[in-house]
Design a protein around this ligand. Structure first.
Ligand code: NAP
Length: 462
């Protein structure tokens, strides 16, 4: 008599089908006795890879090939269009699965906390990013691109993405997978100048070198940096020397190159400012932003050793009809899971969710990605991050800490019933094929379905 085939013994739910969710699933599936169900509230997978990565950075999206390989594993299931807390509760998941991991990212924005922040014409950068990337929650949004000058607050990579998209011509964008509604709106854009605001100096700018270098290569926009704002203060100089920080030296070199460069008379101008903090958005009298009042700063050593911006007393107003606040993402609390309001993350140790009072692990609950460590790093950073969580999960499975291995038949029945109402991986591949097909005719990587109705419509489901 031949031995029965190995039956997977453990079932894991991963909530959030972005990079952290896929890297986690991939790592868990490496063990032959684990099955992974990956949930997402949207019908389409890939999270920030689909809805965050800028459309003119198509190569970065190639990472989905890695995710697709994980999805091809017979022990993997995608359950898209299922919202935890709405269609299914955490209690359901805890009943059905041995372990539940949240990889829900950082779904909202930090606030600046200044007067006028919510005036008309002032938006978070993430709204704009989600809109131009065809995120279903944002397809009805409009942005008034009739302003000639736009201020982007912050000098991180998201601010760079927003500034770059505003400086690209419709012809450049038309070869990308930018959402059709955004392409149509950007064709009518009257934006001529984009001003990015860094509250600290060039040495502290959060953007990475490849990203800032690209700003100097825009075909239709000159880039400008004020030489006076590039001067490295003694504290920053000492910090660079002490850390032997080659990347920061290179970043300053790139910016100095911009400062020396004569304007080429391109149609648009991108100005990168340093040592200025917005202190108020000024109302035009009709509830819309007219200008951004900024305080000039100098740097001072904070007790924790970092350099912080303190106002010198000088101020100026920068006229602008549109403002994008790009001052960082923030995690959103998950019902039934502890949350640290200060950091916007779930308290955890190495991916094991812990009770914030006792620091004791909460059996069977895990996190990976931005909801675990905060909104930092590039997509690839999620691989080791998820690896750490996966190791903890697998160790706990072995030790039996996940508790009740639910009866496989019951789980199959319950999740199977749910699956009929949601988008599975085969469905997704059909949607994807349609998007790619639509793109082919236009010389674009894909033409995205930009609403839930359109995504489901691609399946003939209405
Ligand atoms: P980020 O890198 O944390 O940058 C946030 C920026 O906002 C910083 O310049 C910060 O300045 C500034 N800021 C924060 N509070 C402010 C305030 N009250 N007033 C003025 N400025 C303020 O965040 P992000 O740009 O949202 O990016 C998130 C992560 O995604 C990053 O790790 C980023 O590298 C990554 N990402 C990567 C790419 C890519 O690789 N192409 C693209 C997009 C995003 P301080 O430093 O002074 O706090």
């Amino acid at each position: 008599m031949s031995a029965a085939p190995a039956v997977p013994q453990f079932r894991v739910a991963v909530v959030g089908a972005g990079p952290a969710g896929f890297y986690l699933a991939e790592r868990l599936l490496a063990r032959a006795d684990v099955e992974v169900d990956l949930f997402d509230r949207l019908p389409a997978p890939y999270g920030l890879v689909r809805y965050g990565v800028a459309p003119d950075h198509e190569k970065i999206r190639n990472v989905t090939r890695v995710f697709d390989r994980a999805a091809a594993n017979p022990r993997f299931r995608f359950l898209g269009n299922v919202e935890i807390g709405r269609h299914v509760t955490l209690a359901d998941l805890r009943q059905w699965y041995d372990q539940v991991a949240f990889t829900t990212g950082a779904q909202t924005d930090r606030r600046m906390g200044i007067p006028g922040e919510d005036l008309g014409g002032s938006h978070t950068a993430t709204e704009f990013v989600a809109w131009y990337n065809g995120h279903p929650d944002y397809h009805g949004r409009t942005f008034d691109l009739s302003a000639e000058r736009v201020v982007v607050v912050g000098v991180g990579n998201v601010a760079v993405d927003v500034a770059r998209i505003l400086c690209r011509t419709p012809e450049e964008l038309a070869t990308t997978d930018i959402a059709d509604h955004a392409l149509a709106a950007l064709r009518q854009s009257r934006v001529r100048e984009v001003v990015m605001l860094g509250r600290r100096g060039p040495a502290q700018a959060a953007f990475t070198n490849a990203e800032v270098k690209e700003l100097g290569e825009l075909p239709a926009a000159d880039v400008r940096v004020m030489p006076a704002e590039l001067a490295i203060d003694p504290l920053s100089g000492a910090a660079i020397d002490a850390g032997d920080d080659a990347a920061t030296r290179k970043k300053i070199e790139i910016l100095e190159g911009f400062a020396r460069r004569p304007a080429a008379g391109k149609a648009r101008l991108l100005t990168i400012r340093f040592l200025v903090s917005p202190v108020e958005l000024i109302d035009d009298g009709a509830g819309r932003v007219r200008s951004v009042r900024v305080a000039r700063n100098r740097l001072e050593a904070a007790p924790d050793g970092t350099l912080r911006a303190v106002p010198t007393g000088g101020q100026e107003d920068i006229p602008a009809g549109l403002v994008f606040r790009s001052v960082g993402y923030r995690g959103v609390a998950i019902a039934g899971v502890p949350f640290d309001e200060r950091s916007g993350t779930v308290p955890n140790r190495g991916g094991r969710v812990v009770d914030p009072g006792t620091e004791a692990p909460l059996a069977g609950l895990y996190v990976a990605g931005w909801i675990k460590r905060g909104p930092s790093g590039v997509i690839g950073t999620n691989k080791p991050d998820a690896g750490e969580t996966a190791d903890a999960m697998l160790a706990d499975l072995t030790a039996g800490a996940g508790g009740r291995a639910a009866a496989a038949a019951l789980v199959r029945e319950r999740v199977g019933a749910l699956q009929r109402e949601c988008v599975d991986w085969t469905d997704w591949l059909r949607i994807q094929a349609l998007e790619v097909e639509r793109g082919r005719a236009a010389g674009r990587p894909r033409v995205k379905c930009v609403s839930v109705a359109e995504l489901l419509g691609a399946l003939g489901a209405g």
